[in-house]
Design a protein around this ligand. Sequence first.
Ligand SMILES: Cc1cc2nc3c(=O)[nH]c(=O)nc-3n(C[C@H](O)[C@H](O)[C@H](O)COP(=O)(O)O)c2cc1C
Length: 330
Amino acid sequence: MGFYTRIARPLLFKLPPETAQRLAEDLLQRRWLWGWASSVFQANDPKLRTSLAGIPLRNPIGLAAGYDKECRALSGLARLGFGYLVGGTVFPVPRAGNARPRLLRLPEQDALINALGFPSSGSIAAANNLLRVNSGGAAILVSIAALEVEDFVTVHKQLEPLVAGVELNISSPNTAGLAAFQEPSNLRDVLQGVMAQRTKPVFVKLPFGHDDASRQRVLDLVDVCLEQGADGVTAGNTLPLEEPRTATGRGGLSGRPILEDMLKTLAAIRSHAGDTFAINACGGIFTGQDAIRALQAGATTVQLFTGLVYQGPGVVKGICRELAPAFAPP
Ligand SMILES: Cc1cc2nc3c(=O)[nH]c(=O)nc-3n(C[C@H](O)[C@H](O)[C@H](O)COP(=O)(O)O)c2cc1C
Protein backbone atom coordinates (compact mmCIF):
# COMPACT_ATOMS: atom_id res chain seq x y z
CA MET A 1 0.00 0.00 0.00
CA GLY A 2 1.27 3.45 -0.85
CA PHE A 3 1.63 6.62 1.19
CA TYR A 4 -1.84 7.84 0.22
CA THR A 5 -3.78 4.72 1.24
CA ARG A 6 -1.68 4.08 4.38
CA ILE A 7 -1.31 7.60 5.76
CA ALA A 8 -3.02 10.42 3.86
CA ARG A 9 -6.38 8.72 3.24
CA PRO A 10 -6.99 7.63 6.85
CA LEU A 11 -6.32 11.23 7.94
CA LEU A 12 -8.51 12.72 5.20
CA PHE A 13 -11.30 10.24 6.00
CA LYS A 14 -11.39 11.51 9.59
CA LEU A 15 -12.79 14.74 8.13
CA PRO A 16 -16.37 15.07 6.90
CA PRO A 17 -16.38 14.19 3.18
CA GLU A 18 -17.11 17.71 1.91
CA THR A 19 -14.38 19.19 4.15
CA ALA A 20 -11.86 16.65 2.83
CA GLN A 21 -12.89 17.47 -0.73
CA ARG A 22 -12.44 21.22 -0.08
CA LEU A 23 -9.02 20.57 1.43
CA ALA A 24 -7.94 18.54 -1.60
CA GLU A 25 -9.16 21.31 -3.92
CA ASP A 26 -7.31 23.95 -1.86
CA LEU A 27 -4.08 21.95 -2.00
CA LEU A 28 -4.43 21.45 -5.74
CA GLN A 29 -4.52 25.21 -6.20
CA ARG A 30 -1.05 25.67 -4.63
CA ARG A 31 1.20 26.49 -7.54
CA TRP A 32 4.30 25.45 -5.62
CA LEU A 33 2.95 21.89 -5.54
CA TRP A 34 2.45 21.62 -9.30
CA GLY A 35 6.07 21.02 -10.29
CA TRP A 36 6.45 18.36 -7.62
CA ALA A 37 3.12 16.74 -8.53
CA SER A 38 4.09 16.68 -12.21
CA SER A 39 7.37 14.98 -11.49
CA VAL A 40 5.78 12.36 -9.22
CA PHE A 41 2.41 11.67 -10.85
CA GLN A 42 2.65 12.43 -14.58
CA ALA A 43 2.73 9.47 -16.94
CA ASN A 44 3.74 10.66 -20.39
CA ASP A 45 3.84 7.42 -22.34
CA PRO A 46 3.55 8.21 -26.08
CA LYS A 47 1.85 4.81 -26.55
CA LEU A 48 -1.22 6.22 -24.78
CA ARG A 49 -1.78 9.19 -27.08
CA THR A 50 -5.25 9.21 -28.56
CA SER A 51 -8.06 11.56 -29.48
CA LEU A 52 -11.64 12.19 -28.41
CA ALA A 53 -13.87 13.50 -31.21
CA GLY A 54 -10.81 15.24 -32.65
CA ILE A 55 -9.47 16.55 -29.31
CA PRO A 56 -5.87 15.32 -28.99
CA LEU A 57 -5.24 13.59 -25.65
CA ARG A 58 -1.97 12.48 -24.05
CA ASN A 59 -3.87 9.49 -22.61
CA PRO A 60 -7.49 8.30 -22.50
CA ILE A 61 -8.05 8.91 -18.77
CA GLY A 62 -10.38 11.77 -17.87
CA LEU A 63 -11.45 13.32 -14.59
CA ALA A 64 -15.25 13.04 -14.37
CA ALA A 65 -17.43 16.08 -13.80
CA GLY A 66 -18.22 17.09 -10.24
CA TYR A 67 -14.78 16.88 -8.65
CA ASP A 68 -14.02 20.50 -9.49
CA LYS A 69 -17.42 22.11 -9.85
CA GLU A 70 -16.06 25.67 -9.84
CA CYS A 71 -13.17 24.93 -12.25
CA ARG A 72 -10.80 26.41 -9.70
CA ALA A 73 -8.40 23.47 -9.22
CA LEU A 74 -8.07 22.25 -12.83
CA SER A 75 -4.45 23.40 -13.16
CA GLY A 76 -3.44 21.29 -10.15
CA LEU A 77 -5.55 18.32 -11.24
CA ALA A 78 -3.84 18.41 -14.65
CA ARG A 79 -0.54 17.70 -12.83
CA LEU A 80 -1.94 14.33 -11.70
CA GLY A 81 -1.52 13.01 -15.25
CA PHE A 82 -5.09 13.04 -16.59
CA GLY A 83 -5.45 13.15 -20.38
CA TYR A 84 -8.41 15.47 -19.90
CA LEU A 85 -10.45 17.08 -17.15
CA VAL A 86 -14.15 17.84 -17.08
CA GLY A 87 -14.74 20.91 -14.94
CA GLY A 88 -18.22 21.67 -13.52
CA THR A 89 -21.05 20.89 -13.57
CA VAL A 90 -21.64 24.62 -14.00
CA PHE A 91 -25.09 26.10 -13.61
CA PRO A 92 -26.17 29.43 -15.14
CA VAL A 93 -26.60 31.13 -11.78
CA PRO A 94 -25.24 30.46 -8.29
CA ARG A 95 -27.10 27.81 -6.33
CA ALA A 96 -26.54 26.28 -2.92
CA GLY A 97 -27.36 22.66 -3.71
CA ASN A 98 -29.30 20.35 -1.41
CA ALA A 99 -29.38 20.41 2.38
CA ARG A 100 -26.68 18.54 4.33
CA PRO A 101 -25.87 15.72 4.96
CA ARG A 102 -25.46 15.12 1.24
CA LEU A 103 -22.17 13.22 0.77
CA LEU A 104 -21.37 9.84 2.37
CA ARG A 105 -18.43 7.46 2.15
CA LEU A 106 -18.90 3.69 2.00
CA PRO A 107 -15.26 2.69 2.61
CA GLU A 108 -15.94 -1.04 2.80
CA GLN A 109 -17.17 -0.86 -0.81
CA ASP A 110 -14.83 1.83 -2.18
CA ALA A 111 -17.93 3.87 -2.93
CA LEU A 112 -19.61 7.23 -2.32
CA ILE A 113 -23.21 8.31 -2.16
CA ASN A 114 -23.85 11.92 -3.06
CA ALA A 115 -26.94 14.06 -3.06
CA LEU A 116 -25.17 17.37 -3.56
CA GLY A 117 -27.71 18.75 -6.03
CA PHE A 118 -25.18 20.92 -7.87
CA PRO A 119 -23.83 23.56 -5.56
CA SER A 120 -22.46 26.06 -8.10
CA SER A 121 -21.06 29.58 -8.13
CA GLY A 122 -22.67 30.06 -11.54
CA SER A 123 -21.30 30.42 -15.03
CA ILE A 124 -19.63 33.84 -14.64
CA ALA A 125 -17.45 32.60 -11.77
CA ALA A 126 -16.63 29.41 -13.70
CA ALA A 127 -15.71 31.43 -16.79
CA ASN A 128 -13.32 33.58 -14.75
CA ASN A 129 -11.69 30.46 -13.33
CA LEU A 130 -11.47 28.78 -16.76
CA LEU A 131 -9.72 31.86 -18.17
CA ARG A 132 -6.89 31.32 -15.69
CA VAL A 133 -6.37 27.58 -16.18
CA ASN A 134 -2.84 26.45 -16.93
CA SER A 135 -3.67 23.05 -18.35
CA GLY A 136 -0.18 21.54 -18.33
CA GLY A 137 -0.86 19.32 -21.37
CA ALA A 138 -4.32 18.06 -20.35
CA ALA A 139 -7.38 18.95 -22.44
CA ILE A 140 -10.01 20.95 -20.54
CA LEU A 141 -13.72 20.25 -21.01
CA VAL A 142 -16.61 21.68 -19.06
CA SER A 143 -19.87 20.14 -17.94
CA ILE A 144 -22.94 22.36 -17.95
CA ALA A 145 -26.54 21.96 -16.82
CA ALA A 146 -29.66 24.10 -16.61
CA LEU A 147 -33.34 23.76 -15.94
CA GLU A 148 -34.44 25.57 -19.11
CA VAL A 149 -33.44 24.91 -22.73
CA GLU A 150 -32.48 28.57 -23.29
CA ASP A 151 -30.18 28.51 -20.26
CA PHE A 152 -28.38 25.42 -21.54
CA VAL A 153 -27.81 27.22 -24.83
CA THR A 154 -26.67 30.47 -23.15
CA VAL A 155 -24.16 28.77 -20.84
CA HIS A 156 -22.84 26.70 -23.73
CA LYS A 157 -22.24 29.87 -25.74
CA GLN A 158 -20.54 31.53 -22.78
CA LEU A 159 -18.14 28.69 -21.84
CA GLU A 160 -17.40 26.93 -25.14
CA PRO A 161 -14.68 29.45 -26.19
CA LEU A 162 -12.73 28.63 -23.00
CA VAL A 163 -12.57 24.84 -23.39
CA ALA A 164 -11.88 22.03 -25.88
CA GLY A 165 -15.38 20.55 -25.61
CA VAL A 166 -18.60 20.67 -23.63
CA GLU A 167 -20.47 17.92 -21.78
CA LEU A 168 -24.21 18.46 -21.33
CA ASN A 169 -25.29 16.99 -18.02
CA ILE A 170 -28.89 15.78 -18.09
CA SER A 171 -28.34 12.96 -15.64
CA SER A 172 -27.60 14.03 -12.08
CA PRO A 173 -30.17 12.13 -10.01
CA ASN A 174 -30.06 14.76 -7.24
CA THR A 175 -31.37 17.87 -8.93
CA ALA A 176 -35.09 18.49 -9.12
CA GLY A 177 -36.10 19.45 -12.66
CA LEU A 178 -33.04 18.14 -14.50
CA ALA A 179 -34.64 14.75 -15.19
CA ALA A 180 -37.01 16.47 -17.63
CA PHE A 181 -34.13 16.41 -20.12
CA GLN A 182 -34.09 12.62 -19.94
CA GLU A 183 -37.29 12.82 -21.98
CA PRO A 184 -36.01 12.37 -25.57
CA SER A 185 -38.05 15.29 -26.95
CA ASN A 186 -36.61 17.68 -24.33
CA LEU A 187 -33.04 16.49 -24.97
CA ARG A 188 -33.71 17.06 -28.67
CA ASP A 189 -34.66 20.69 -27.93
CA VAL A 190 -31.42 21.26 -25.98
CA LEU A 191 -29.28 19.64 -28.64
CA GLN A 192 -30.94 21.56 -31.46
CA GLY A 193 -30.07 24.83 -29.72
CA VAL A 194 -26.53 23.82 -28.79
CA MET A 195 -25.59 22.12 -32.08
CA ALA A 196 -26.72 25.15 -34.09
CA GLN A 197 -24.04 27.31 -32.45
CA ARG A 198 -21.31 24.86 -31.46
CA THR A 199 -17.82 25.02 -32.90
CA LYS A 200 -16.33 22.30 -30.67
CA PRO A 201 -17.25 18.73 -29.68
CA VAL A 202 -20.43 18.20 -27.68
CA PHE A 203 -21.03 15.19 -25.41
CA VAL A 204 -24.13 14.23 -23.45
CA LYS A 205 -23.73 12.74 -19.98
CA LEU A 206 -26.29 9.96 -19.80
CA PRO A 207 -28.17 8.56 -16.83
CA PHE A 208 -27.00 5.25 -15.36
CA GLY A 209 -28.36 2.07 -16.91
CA HIS A 210 -28.77 -0.70 -14.33
CA ASP A 211 -31.40 -3.02 -15.82
CA ASP A 212 -33.00 -3.74 -19.20
CA ALA A 213 -35.61 -0.98 -18.89
CA SER A 214 -33.17 1.75 -17.85
CA ARG A 215 -30.69 0.62 -20.51
CA GLN A 216 -33.39 0.92 -23.16
CA ARG A 217 -34.09 4.49 -21.95
CA VAL A 218 -30.37 5.23 -22.30
CA LEU A 219 -30.41 3.89 -25.89
CA ASP A 220 -33.41 6.09 -26.69
CA LEU A 221 -31.34 9.10 -25.59
CA VAL A 222 -28.37 7.88 -27.64
CA ASP A 223 -30.68 7.87 -30.68
CA VAL A 224 -31.41 11.57 -30.10
CA CYS A 225 -27.68 12.29 -29.75
CA LEU A 226 -26.99 10.51 -33.05
CA GLU A 227 -29.89 12.20 -34.83
CA GLN A 228 -28.75 15.66 -33.68
CA GLY A 229 -25.08 15.07 -34.52
CA ALA A 230 -23.63 15.13 -30.98
CA ASP A 231 -20.04 13.89 -30.98
CA GLY A 232 -20.49 11.37 -28.21
CA VAL A 233 -21.78 10.48 -24.78
CA THR A 234 -20.45 9.92 -21.31
CA ALA A 235 -21.96 6.77 -19.82
CA GLY A 236 -22.91 7.45 -17.19
CA ASN A 237 -23.72 9.26 -14.00
CA THR A 238 -24.30 7.78 -10.53
CA LEU A 239 -26.83 5.02 -9.74
CA PRO A 240 -29.89 6.61 -8.08
CA LEU A 241 -31.02 4.98 -4.83
CA GLU A 242 -32.86 5.63 -1.58
CA GLU A 243 -30.52 6.64 1.24
CA PRO A 244 -32.01 7.58 4.62
CA ARG A 245 -28.73 9.15 5.80
CA THR A 246 -28.91 12.05 3.33
CA ALA A 247 -31.18 15.01 4.00
CA THR A 248 -33.13 14.35 0.79
CA GLY A 249 -33.53 10.63 1.55
CA ARG A 250 -31.97 9.81 -1.82
CA GLY A 251 -28.56 9.83 -3.46
CA GLY A 252 -26.39 8.59 -6.30
CA LEU A 253 -23.99 5.67 -5.82
CA SER A 254 -20.53 5.84 -7.40
CA GLY A 255 -17.36 3.76 -7.22
CA ARG A 256 -16.55 0.07 -7.46
CA PRO A 257 -20.11 -1.32 -7.04
CA ILE A 258 -21.31 0.29 -10.29
CA LEU A 259 -18.54 -0.94 -12.62
CA GLU A 260 -20.25 -4.08 -13.94
CA ASP A 261 -23.53 -2.35 -14.81
CA MET A 262 -21.62 0.51 -16.41
CA LEU A 263 -19.73 -1.96 -18.65
CA LYS A 264 -22.99 -3.61 -19.74
CA THR A 265 -24.55 -0.28 -20.66
CA LEU A 266 -21.38 0.78 -22.45
CA ALA A 267 -21.36 -2.39 -24.58
CA ALA A 268 -25.04 -1.87 -25.42
CA ILE A 269 -24.39 1.72 -26.51
CA ARG A 270 -21.41 0.71 -28.65
CA SER A 271 -23.32 -2.00 -30.49
CA HIS A 272 -26.27 0.40 -30.96
CA ALA A 273 -24.30 3.47 -32.07
CA GLY A 274 -21.64 1.95 -34.34
CA ASP A 275 -17.91 2.50 -34.36
CA THR A 276 -17.40 6.21 -34.89
CA PHE A 277 -19.45 7.68 -32.03
CA ALA A 278 -17.31 8.64 -29.02
CA ILE A 279 -18.17 7.00 -25.67
CA ASN A 280 -16.55 8.04 -22.41
CA ALA A 281 -16.96 5.20 -19.93
CA CYS A 282 -17.61 6.47 -16.42
CA GLY A 283 -18.47 4.51 -13.29
CA GLY A 284 -16.27 2.41 -11.02
CA ILE A 285 -12.96 2.79 -12.90
CA PHE A 286 -10.16 2.27 -10.34
CA THR A 287 -7.43 0.25 -12.06
CA GLY A 288 -5.73 -0.29 -15.39
CA GLN A 289 -7.62 -3.57 -15.68
CA ASP A 290 -10.94 -1.71 -15.28
CA ALA A 291 -9.87 0.73 -18.00
CA ILE A 292 -8.83 -2.11 -20.32
CA ARG A 293 -12.22 -3.79 -19.85
CA ALA A 294 -14.01 -0.52 -20.63
CA LEU A 295 -11.92 0.09 -23.76
CA GLN A 296 -12.52 -3.50 -24.89
CA ALA A 297 -16.27 -3.02 -24.34
CA GLY A 298 -16.19 -0.06 -26.73
CA ALA A 299 -15.10 3.02 -24.78
CA THR A 300 -13.13 5.76 -26.51
CA THR A 301 -11.90 7.08 -23.15
CA VAL A 302 -12.60 6.43 -19.46
CA GLN A 303 -13.45 8.93 -16.74
CA LEU A 304 -13.18 8.57 -12.98
CA PHE A 305 -14.07 10.42 -9.81
CA THR A 306 -14.44 8.01 -6.87
CA GLY A 307 -11.23 6.22 -7.85
CA LEU A 308 -9.33 9.45 -7.20
CA VAL A 309 -10.89 9.75 -3.72
CA TYR A 310 -9.97 6.17 -2.76
CA GLN A 311 -6.70 5.62 -4.66
CA GLY A 312 -5.35 9.14 -4.36
CA PRO A 313 -3.24 11.30 -6.65
CA GLY A 314 -1.28 8.36 -8.11
CA VAL A 315 -4.39 6.74 -9.59
CA VAL A 316 -3.87 7.95 -13.17
CA LYS A 317 -0.21 6.97 -13.24
CA GLY A 318 -1.11 3.49 -11.97
CA ILE A 319 -3.82 3.07 -14.61
CA CYS A 320 -1.52 4.33 -17.38
CA ARG A 321 1.23 1.92 -16.38
CA GLU A 322 -1.13 -1.06 -16.58
CA LEU A 323 -2.87 0.18 -19.71
CA ALA A 324 0.11 1.09 -21.91
CA PRO A 325 1.10 -2.42 -23.05
CA ALA A 326 -2.52 -3.20 -24.04
CA PHE A 327 -3.56 0.14 -25.55
CA ALA A 328 -4.42 0.71 -29.20
CA PRO A 329 -6.14 4.04 -29.96
CA PRO A 330 -9.66 3.44 -31.33
C1 LIG B 1 -19.46 13.92 -4.95
C2 LIG B 1 -19.84 13.73 -6.38
C3 LIG B 1 -20.25 14.84 -7.13
C4 LIG B 1 -20.61 14.68 -8.48
N1 LIG B 1 -20.97 15.77 -9.20
C5 LIG B 1 -21.24 15.62 -10.52
C6 LIG B 1 -21.53 16.75 -11.32
O1 LIG B 1 -21.52 17.89 -10.86
N2 LIG B 1 -21.78 16.55 -12.64
C7 LIG B 1 -21.77 15.29 -13.21
O2 LIG B 1 -22.00 15.16 -14.42
N3 LIG B 1 -21.48 14.21 -12.47
C8 LIG B 1 -21.21 14.35 -11.16
N4 LIG B 1 -20.89 13.25 -10.42
C9 LIG B 1 -20.87 11.92 -11.07
C10 LIG B 1 -19.46 11.57 -11.56
O3 LIG B 1 -19.03 12.44 -12.56
C11 LIG B 1 -19.45 10.14 -12.14
O4 LIG B 1 -20.35 10.09 -13.21
C12 LIG B 1 -19.85 9.09 -11.12
O5 LIG B 1 -19.32 9.40 -9.86
C13 LIG B 1 -19.41 7.70 -11.52
O6 LIG B 1 -18.00 7.65 -11.67
P1 LIG B 1 -17.04 7.11 -10.50
O7 LIG B 1 -17.55 5.77 -10.06
O8 LIG B 1 -15.69 7.05 -11.13
O9 LIG B 1 -17.11 8.09 -9.40
C14 LIG B 1 -20.55 13.39 -9.07
C15 LIG B 1 -20.12 12.29 -8.32
C16 LIG B 1 -19.77 12.45 -6.99
C17 LIG B 1 -19.31 11.25 -6.21
